[in-house]
Write a protein that binds this ligand. Structure first.
Ligand SMILES: [Cu+2]
Length: 164
């Protein structure tokens, strides 16, 4: 499923991202996989879904695959991608992400991959820490903590994932 998203909002989100990286950084290593700075955007009261972002680096000589994720804070967790289709930004569920040897996957609001927390059981507030378990084909399960961070983009488009 996809729906149009204005470019102007994408630019606002990127500005928010730059700020959030300056605030905090944390990372997790399992084997040759490194998960950097998992974080989630704040949500407004009643918002059913939220976006989460992290970077995954594969330092091994073989490919691995992110198969999915779970969180006690969400009914389900999906992996999505956003891309440009002419002047329109579209998003769709991708299911899995392959990470090739020496490749680094970066997630950010407004472009490329992101993680969707569907059916949130709570409002995500700045400063909250939300557990997330990532499942990799070869690397197995990695437990990380999403740091909930406020950013201007979250306020600019609070409903962006409601229509999935
Ligand atoms: Cu999405």
């Amino acid at each position: 499923m996809s729906f149009p998203l204005s470019l102007r909002h994408g630019a606002t989100l990127l500005a928010g991202l730059a700020l959030s990286f300056a605030v905090q950084a944390h990372e997790y290593k399992i084997g040759e996989l490194t998960v950097e700075h998992p974080w989630a955007r704040t949500t407004v009261p009643g918002q059913p879904a939220g976006g989460a972002y992290l970077n995954i680096e594969n330092k091994s000589t073989h490919s691995d695959k992110l198969l999915g994720a779970t969180s006690p804070a969400a009914k389900s967790v999906e992996i999505h991608t956003m891309s440009m289709d002419g002047n329109v930004m579209k998003m769709r569920e991708v299911g899995t992400i392959e990470i090739k040897p020496s490749e680094k996957i970066t997630m950010q609001p407004g472009n490329g991959y992101h993680i969707m927390l569907m059916g949130l059981s709570q409002q995500l507030k700045a400063g909250d820490k939300i557990p997330l378990t990532l499942s990799f084909e070869k690397g197995g399960k990695i437990d990380v903590m999403l740091f909930v961070e406020d950013n201007n983009g979250a306020k600019a488009m609070p409903m962006d994932h409601v229509q999935h």
